[in-house]
Design a protein around this ligand. Structure first.
Ligand code: ARG
Length: 475
């Protein structure tokens, strides 16, 4: 192969993240070959011991990948040959690099789903911390970015908890979908040896074997599933990021980003920028790009394996490298954000935000809501012409608009407004309290999200270091 082609086709850059999965899958394969007497028990043991040593060498940094050996599979096999000689060549019986790479990538993606769920739960926990610490704070709720009706700040944060809950479920679902073993498909058609695929799956903690060999080596849906789940989670983060950026501006002044999470300007000494949120918003573009990347790679690709599929990994890895650190830094930052409750409360009732409540007051007294809406519309116009808020109008002005108004109408304030919305999903304090409790409980016992079959093991680390986790028990 020409050197320029070698460089062009090598996947070593991405493959470093697959080394341990590759070795664990090879160990399971070798053990099965021995069990089925496809190779001798003695050869299998030699191979397994060699592979276990290579795994240790990889962790200690003694074993490194050589680009001229094209990919992770050739690197491991070459190293094994150096250690145990020609017997190493028996490892590749009844398999191909095509079912190997599909297996490695699946094992990686399954683990990546578990890590994403762990990080999402930590982020939810931080949102709940912030919500609980500010449980009675009222802020303006917005539609069209115009002040609309008062809501509890905690209610607003709980909306994000729901989004991240769905994201965690999407990862759990994706995990369930990818939980099947390609090994045994060979290059594409299956292999002419009496292999036992399920035992290999069992050893690798994979539930099923893929039913069709052609599908096994050509399917990368699971990469798209991961990237889609990650992208939607990033889209949710970016909406939160945008709000943090707005809220921390002088125009809103609802929150202060802690100094440790903000940056200054090299020229403007007074500046404090919400760079973490801005970068999260910006990096969402990378994951959207990753999704377009994998879908475009798969579109129109004839069965079965084509080298195009090598491009799945940069998309998968880059998406993960955006997602996990973003979830982690937000989880760290959110509980440390300080809230300007007075400013939020003042904004919550400004710009006639209680108008709906006054219309509801009339509707409760029997006026059809449409008429109530019109009456309060006139009242707002009157208040506007006088340059005052609704609560600042004298009772006489109300009474002139409708005989149904009595002096208790002047008691309508932000607190009364939120308390009145005492329906499931509403912003009434007692509803929000019970949602805080429900969500707290749910994430504590989350590990079995709805629809996850089987339950997903949630990683506690959440950092991208899963490759240090051996999946195979040493026997
Ligand atoms: N580096 C390849 C990939 O990522 C591994 C499989 C190679 N198979 C092959 N037939 N060349 O897809």
């Amino acid at each position: 192969m020409a050197e320029i082609v070698e460089a062009y086709t090598s996947s070593i850059g991405a493959d470093a993240r697959l080394v341990e999965y590759d070795i664990q899958a090879s160990i399971a394969h070798a053990r099965m070959l021995g069990r089925r007497s496809i190779i001798t028990k003695k050869d299998a043991d030699l191979i397994i011991r060699g592979l276990e040593e290579i795994a240790d060498e990889w962790l200690s940094g003694e074993f490194t990948l050589r680009p001229e050996l094209e990919d992770v599979h050739m690197n491991v096999e070459t190293r094994l040959t150096a250690k145990i000689g020609a017997v190493a060549g028996r490892l590749h019986t009844a398999r191909s690099r095509n079912d190997q790479i599909a297996t490695d990538t699946r094992l990686y993606a399954m683990s990546a789903c578990a890590d994403a769920i762990g990080s999402l739960i930590r982020l939810q926990s931080s949102l709940l911390d912030l919500a609980e610490a500010n449980a009675s704070v009222i802020m303006p709720g917005y539609t069209h970015l115009q002040r609309a009706q008062p809501v509890l700040f905690a209610h607003h944060l709980l909306a994000y908890v729901q989004m991240f809950d769905r994201d965690a479920q999407r990862f759990a679902f994706a995990h369930g979908m990818m939980d099947a073993l390609p090994l045994g498909a060979g290059a594409l058609a299956g292999v002419p040896y009496p292999i036992d695929r399920q035992s290999v799956a069992d050893e690798l903690s994979v539930s099923n074997v893929i039913a069709n060999s052609l599908d096994a080596v050509s399917d990368r849906d699971f990469v798209a599933d991961y990237i889609y789940a990650a992208t939607l989670a990033m889209v949710h983060v970016s909406r939160l990021a945008e709000e943090l950026i707005l809220w921390s501006s002088a125009e809103f002044a609802f929150i202060r980003i802690p100094d440790a999470f903000a940056t200054g300007s090299s020229i403007m000494p007074q500046k404090k920028n919400a760079d973490v949120a801005e970068l999260a918003r910006g990096r969402t573009g990378r994951t959207i790009g990753g999704l377009v990347n994998i879908l475009t790679t798969l579109k129109g690709l004839p069965l079965t394996y084509n080298r195009d599929l090598q491009e799945d990994k940069p998309a998968l890895f880059d998406t993960e490298d955006v997602l996990l650190p973003t979830l982690e830094v937000f989880a760290e930052m959110l509980p440390k954000v300080t809230i300007n409750a007075d400013r939020m409360a003042a904004a919550a009732v400004a710009n006639y935000s209680l108008a709906t409540d006054i219309a509801d007051y009339l509707a409760h007294k029997g006026l059809p809501f449409r008429d109530a809406h019109e009456t309060v519309g006139k009242l707002v116009r009157l208040a506007e012409s006088k340059g005052v808020e609704l609560g600042e109008l004298p009772l006489a002005d109300y009474e002139r608009m409708s005989p149904l108004f009595e002096k208790d109408v002047l008691k309508i304030d932000a607190k009364a407004s939120v308390s009145a919305r005492d329906v499931p999903g509403g912003t009434a304090p007692k509803r929000v309290q019970s949602e805080l409790r429900r969500n707290r409980k749910r994430i504590q016992g989350y590990l079995q999200p709805v629809g996850a079959q089987p339950p997903v093991p949630v990683s506690k680390k959440g950092t991208n270091s899963r490759s240090a986790k051996p999946r195979t028990k040493k026997k």
